[in-house]
Ligand binder design. Structure first.
Ligand code: ADP
Ligand code: MG
Length: 555
């Protein structure tokens, strides 16, 4: 295999011994089969009637989840095409936070469709061209079908949040509704609006702190930052109201001398003087803090015991060794400026919190810095019976944060339950006949691929998938009929507008573009070379790490 013919039959050795190579159709066939296998693996988790997966790591850690991105990540796949599929789930997760299962299923279906066309003798580049045209058209249709939502329209936002959380196993509807309300509150609290009125939301400023214990319904919104640290000294107050907070990126310690200086002490008096001098320096530092009128200091660095003693004496609360990311959140929540030199510390740099309080949570101390004034950084404190429950609750909250942020950023949503996908498929089939040529066939395949969403939703509810699709396609030909989707809970087709099954436009846009991009990348490959036998990245440039892990699939 590792040889190539050149011109007059002369043999040239291209690859090291033991390397494997797949060419042309063989490569495509294998890659499509891998993509389809990955998509099939997570298909059953789609939608509110989707099942969960239990993933067990090599170390025996267990994850139970319904979250597409998490499953993909935990699957620890080896084949490079499977890795591409994992990457699209990750991209979807990063860009919009929701729709991860859908994007992978759709990409798998696009590739299966391409496989059929390749077998019929249609060249991959033609298919890629057709898919690109279809993706563009799909985006056009999405924009036409999208509906507007005002950011103050609480009821609609709540519906969007509930659909996003709907497929997650995190308690009853009342619990989900509670979590959704917290997310909407959090997203609206941290959003930034620029001069032109454009809204952006940085998810980093919604801190998710989790601790197992209590129930999911005890998950709470904190108007500020919850820091997983304790107040550093027992002599300090455990709580303070109307806190004036100093944020320091400086240690309240005596710096160790850089050079190995030797201090010669010859008498006890000298020793005493030396210690006094050190103590005086630390006290001076604390006095600077006191002078600023701060009642709470939070530092990224350490605080010497002596300094802590003086802070306690002055009734100042101190929290030390706080993560940089938490410092940034605290700055946005309290309005404090992070100070890098104590000499610069001034009253005007202090931030504010209604209360700073240490509480014991599940046997550990945590500090609640809350009741801030219009904080641009907040916390959702996730609770739940066990670690697994808390983890899944956190993942579903992340999805809802993504969904609500993208709907607030664009102000647009579409109808879920497969309704929008039927609109897309109908629109694409119509468009395909205008296009004609061989690309037409690819566009039709694209339409079929998009329909995998309603099809899978129907299957998950135990409905006949083909009948459901046929009914929905014909409904959608009329204007009012285009509201119809899979009514999962009544095992029939139903009005998604009335049922309140809404999804962010951005999630669908991203899913279409990521799925078609992934399909394109995979279809372009017609030569798979694995040099795995010479070490992980050895051989031909080492550009395909991980390839050949499933060697048998490539033969
Ligand atoms: P993803 O990771 O792709 O977001 P989900 O498991 O969250 O996957 O399922 C999302 C799909 O489930 C969407 O197509 C959405 O429209 C559909 N869905 C969610 N809730 C409902 C519902 N109540 N009725 C019908 N379909 C729903
Ligand atoms: Mg979802």
């Amino acid at each position: 295999m590792a040889e190539s013919q050149i011109g007059g039959g002369q043999q040239v050795l291209l690859l090291p011994e033991g390397a494997t190579r797949l060419l042309g159709r063989d490569a495509q066939r294998t890659n499509i089969a891998v993509a389809a296998a990955v998509a099939n693996a997570i298909k059953t988790t789609l939608g509110p009637k989707g099942m969960d997966k239990m993933l067990v790591s090599e170390l025996g850690d267990i994850v139970i989840t319904n979250d597409g991105a998490t499953i993909m990540e935990e699957m620890n796949v080896e084949h490079p095409v499977a890795k591409i599929m994992v990457d699209i789930a990750k991209t979807q997760d990063k860009e919009v936070g929701d729709g991860t299962t859908s994007v992978v299923i759709m990409a798998g279906e696009l590739l299966k469709g391409a496989g059929d066309l390749i077998e019929q003798g249609i060249h991959p580049t033609t298919i890629i061209r057709g898919y690109k045209m279809a993706a563009e058209k799909a985006n056009e249709i999405l924009s036409q079908k999208a509906r507007k939502v005002d950011i103050n329209d609480e009821a609609t936002l709540q519906k969007i949040a509930m659909v996003s959380m709907g497929s997650k196993n995190v308690g009853d509807d009342a619990t989900k509704s509670h979590l959704c309300k917290l997310v909407i509150k959090a997203v609206r609290q941290v959003m930034d609006k620029n001069a032109a009125g454009k809204i952006t939301i940085d998810h980093d400023f919604i801190k998710l702190e989790k601790k197992s214990g209590k129930a999911i319904s005890d998950t709470e919104f904190i108007n500020g930052v919850l820091v997983d640290k304790e107040i550093s000294h027992p002599g300090m107050p455990r709580s303070v109201s109307n806190a004036k907070i100093a944020l320091l990126d400086v240690a309240l310690e005596i710096e160790k001398t850089e050079v190995d200086a030797k201090i010669e002490i010859t008498s006890p008096d000298q020793m005493q003087a030396f210690l006094q001098q050190e103590e005086q320096m630390l006290k001076d530092m604390v006095d600077k803090v006191k002078k600023s009128k701060a009642t709470v200091i939070v530092t990224q660095k350490g605080i010497d015991d002596v300094a802590q003693h003086y802070l306690a004496k002055y009734g100042i609360i101190a929290i030390r060794r706080v993560k940089k990311s938490d410092m940034e959140k605290l700055a946005r929540a309290t309005g404090a400026k992070i100070i890098t030199s104590l000499d610069d510390l001034d009253e005007k740099d202090l931030g504010f919190a209604g209360t700073v309080e240490e509480r014991k949570i599940g046997g550990e101390q945590m500090v609640f810095i809350e009741k801030c004034k219009d904080p641009k950084s907040v916390t959702i404190f996730v609770r739940g019976g066990t670690q697994q429950v808390v983890d899944e609750a956190e993942r579903s909250i992340v999805d809802v944060i993504g969904a609500i942020s993208s709907v607030i950023e664009t102000g647009m949503y579409v109808l879920g339950g497969g309704a929008i996908e039927i609109d897309l498929a109908n629109g694409l089939r119509e468009y395909s006949s205008d296009v004609g040529g061989r690309e037409q066939l690819a566009i039709v395949k694209f339409a079929d691929a998009v329909e995998v969403i309603p099809k899978t939703l129907a299957e998950s509810a135990g409905m006949d998938a083909i009948d459901t699709l046929v009914q929905m396609r014909s409904k959608h030909k009329s204007k009012e009929g285009s509201q119809f989707g899979v009514d999962i809970f009544r095992n029939s087709i139903g009005d998604m507008l009335k049922n309140g099954v809404y999804e962010p436009l951005k999630v669908k846009q991203q899913a279409i573009s990521s799925a078609s991009e992934a399909a394109e990348i995979i279809l372009r490959i017609d030569d798979m070379i694995s040099s795995r036998s010479k070490g992980p990245a050895g051989g031909m440039g080492g550009g395909m790490p991980g390839m050949g892990g499933h060697g048998h699939e490539m033969e």
